[in-house]
Design a protein around this ligand. Structure first.
Ligand code: PFF
Length: 460
């Protein structure tokens, strides 16, 4: 087999894995889902899912990856269960689909970096015009995809690890500075209250499903990212502490993003919080407005720094999204990493073109499909989000946990987790996994998956 490469250190692995988790999902997705989902109640459900349900899925993926030392599909073969490698294939497909639209949004963030650099704060009111300028936005997306492919082609420690170690800390410093700025603005506290004080009357099934989808997406679970990354880590690493660090980093950055954005919305809306539920355009509208309020060269610098760091956060995620299919073809079809990275990224870019066109430019892709019982149509990008993020990720997570518990067997899962973790046998986490992994977790995920499909596509 070709030389696969490894992370050079535990910290490098954590940075890359947290880099995968932390991305547009935290800074773009989490605030708008929270805004649309009624504020703090959404946050509460989301936190519950992250720790109670997603954390065991992450551990399972890491254990399968490290034990097998293979990609998301090959892992199942290496463990002696080739019949089950369809789970990995579903993961590869999810990775390709998610990257195809994710890159479009990363392209927006990339474009905004230039808009801020030239002081075009008026873009806050022209977001619709911006996304329909498909040649500009498509070029930004293309550049973004080229960067992703370049890093992935450089392999694990040289590319992925090195980029993540520098970019992640810069992002945190930038966001915390913006929080401090935001908290001193008038009406900031109305935003903070919305974000932190739950209103239980707003709890409903769609809040639960969206929080679940958001947790899976944000933690990069259910498509074999952590099987793939787990295959590059050393036997002496403690998988439980690694998974805990990754989860905490991811949740932490989402909360930081919320603490940054909601006070700003409080300020912009004069305390009424109007527009908080506006959806995917939320940060692309609110933030440039604020940077315009700061104004002048300072506003430009702050705006440019923010969107460039958002691009970096997205880049460590796109790298992991591309790594899943690339590792698959490198391992299984013996294609060189460089060739695989360029080839795959080209295919994914093409698949993303309808998502690019479906934001107002082409009415066919903008009004792509009307689900059963729905009154309005759904654009192509949202359609892919509904299929890949909302449906495939929970389904993939469900199948992986089921596989680990009943096909590979729970005792093997335990044995792998115990390596690098002295005292695992008597630990609380072993008892917890014993409680959830065999039945409760796969059953819950299966029910959630079915409900999501019924509600989203059949309007039940
Ligand atoms: N977790 C990333 C984010 O929050 O932006 C998105 C993502 C990356 C999802 C990698 C899935 C994945 F495999």
């Amino acid at each position: 087999m070709a030389v696969r490469g490894n992370f050079s250190s535990k910290i490098g692995f954590i940075a890359a894995a947290a880099g995968s988790a932390v991305g547009l999902g935290n800074i773009w997705g989490f605030p708008y889902e929270t805004g649309a989902g009624g504020g703090a109640i959404f946050v509460l459900v989301y936190l519950f899912f992250c720790f109670a349900l997603c954390f065991p899925v992450m551990l399972t993926e890491l254990a399968i990856g490290r034990k097998s030392g293979r990609n998301a599909v090959g892992a199942f073969n290496a463990l002696g269960h080739k019949k089950w490698n369809f789970i990995g294939k579903l993961g590869v497909l999810s990775g390709v689909l998610i990257l195809s639209f994710y890159n479009v949004i990363a392209g927006w963030a990339f474009g905004y970096t230039f808009e801020m650099a030239t002081g075009n704060f008026a873009i806050a009111e022209q977001f619709g015009d911006f996304t329909t300028d498909v040649f500009a936005v498509g070029s930004y997306g293309l550049l973004f995809m080229l960067c992703t492919a370049f890093i992935v082609s450089k392999g694990i420690s040289g590319g992925i690890e090195r980029a993540a170690k520098i970019l992640m800390p810069s992002l945190i410093v930038m966001m915390v500075s913006l929080i401090i700025y935001a908290l001193f603005l008038p009406n900031a506290m109305t935003g903070i209250e919305f974000f932190l004080l739950p209103d239980f009357s707003k709890l409903n099934l769609s809040v639960v499903f969206n929080a679940m989808g958001q947790a899976f997406f944000s933690l990069s679970l259910g498509m074999g990212t952590f099987i793939t990354y787990g295959s590059y880590i050393s036997k002496s690493d403690n998988l439980v502490s690694s998974a805990a660090l990754i989860t905490l980093a991811d949740v932490g950055i989402a909360i930081i993003a919320g603490l940054m954005i909601f006070p700003l919305i409080g300020f912009v809306s004069g305390g009424t919080l109007s527009g908080v539920g506006r959806g995917p355009e939320l940060i692309f509208v609110t933030l440039p407005y604020i940077f315009g309020e700061i104004g002048g060269t300072t506003g430009s610098i702050v705006g440019m720094s923010f969107f460039s760091l958002l691009c970096f956060a997205a880049l460590t995620s796109t790298v992991s999204l591309l790594e899943v299919p690339v590792a698959y073809v490198v391992d299984e079809f013996k294609i060189s990493r460089t060739k695989a990275a360029w080839l795959m990224s080209g295919i994914v870019y093409l698949i993303g073109i309808p998502s690019l066109l479906g934001n107002g430019y082409s009415s066919f892709f903008t009004e792509f499909i009307t689900y059963i019982n729905a009154t309005t149509s759904t654009d192509f990008l949202t359609f892919i989000v509904n299929i890949a993020n909302d449906s495939f990720l929970p389904l993939g997570g469900c199948l992986m946990v089921f596989f680990a518990a009943h096909v590979w067997k729970k005792s093997n899962l335990d044995a792998e987790i115990a390596i690098g973790f002295e005292g695992y046998e008597e630990s609380f986490i072993k008892k917890y996994l014993g409680f959830v992994v065999p039945f409760l977790l796969p059953a819950t995920l299966a029910v959630i998956f079915m409900m999501i499909v019924l509600v989203t596509f059949f309007g039940l």
